[in-house]
Design a protein around this ligand. Structure first.
Ligand code: 6PG
Length: 253
């Protein structure tokens, strides 16, 4: 796989709170733009502690009213294979931090059916949900307006973990990805559909991410080892919002 030039921007902010505020500002800006353009805003959200900060800010008094929630359609970038009220559920986390606090219609919430016994079936069902919602032109892929991603210390994003089969998926939109180190399946959007998005934002915070962020952004292209490197929107914008601690080992800031 060759490296392609990508419309990539890295924004280094002071701390996690500023990261969440910048991310919320970007979310509001993009939602407003899409409202103007087509009257709907489609976004896929991730789990993890860093993205949590964004959801908390968006549900807060300063931002809640600035998003046209009735026109926002929420999807998930990935999900643990647990029921929606399980402590590990990304849906539960986002419901508690955001969905319970903003006036988003239930019909606009497109949860991954990760409680299903068969994760492969669940992935196929969610894939159908995405196709049916976007119904793109023949030969085109569904195109999210925004996908919000975190990045793990191992360079994973969504549930695209190093050396896992989902990294090779080129046809499906959603994969049931067995992650050996977790001894568990995860549902995840695949590389093709993430790279089809108009905007992809990574939210990365903390010293523990400094080495892997340097490897991902400035190191050799090793997509199996650093799956976040595979995220390169084919015709969209890639924005890394990182705090100073996470950016601490970057040569170029
Ligand atoms: C998940 C997430 C995952 C997360 C990263 C970053 O289900 O855990 O989707 O991809 O975003 O692991 O998480 P932190 O921000 O907590 O490091």
């Amino acid at each position: 796989m060759t490296k392609v030039s990508v419309n990539r921007k890295i924004l280094v902010v002071a701390n996690p709170d500023e990261l969440s505020r910048f991310a919320a500002d970007e979310f509001v800006r993009q939602a407003g733009q899409k409202m103007q353009a087509k009257g709907i805003f489609t976004v896929a959200l991730s789990g993890g502690s860093t993205p949590r900060g964004l959801y908390t800010v968006l549900a807060g008094d300063q931002y809640r009213e600035r998003v046209p929630w009735s026109k926002v359609h929420l999807f998930w970038s990935d999900e643990r294979c647990v029921p929606p009220d399980h402590p590990d559920s990304n849906y539960r986390m986002i419901r508690e931090l955001l969905l319970n606090k903003v006036p988003i219609p239930k019909k606009n919430i497109h949860r991954m059916p990760a409680e299903q016994e068969d994760p492969v079936h669940a992935a196929m069902e969610y894939e159908q949900t995405i196709w049916a919602f976007f119904h793109p032109n023949e030969g085109e892929l569904p195109r999210f307006d925004l996908i919000v991603l975190g990045m793990g210390e191992d360079g994973h994003t969504a549930s695209l973990f190093p050396w896992t089969s989902a990294l090779e998926e080129t046809d499906r939109l959603v994969s049931a990805n067995y992650v050996e180190k977790l001894n568990a399946y995860r549902l995840t959007l695949t590389v093709p559909v993430i790279n089809q998005a108009t905007n992809v934002i990574f939210l990365i915070s903390g010293e523990s991410k400094a080495s892997v962020l340097r490897d991902v952004l400035e190191g050799e292209y090793q997509p199996q080892r650093f799956p976040s490197q595979i995220i390169r929107p084919v015709n969209g914008r890639l924005l890394f919002i990182v705090d100073r601690m996470a950016a601490g080992k970057l040569a170029r800031r």
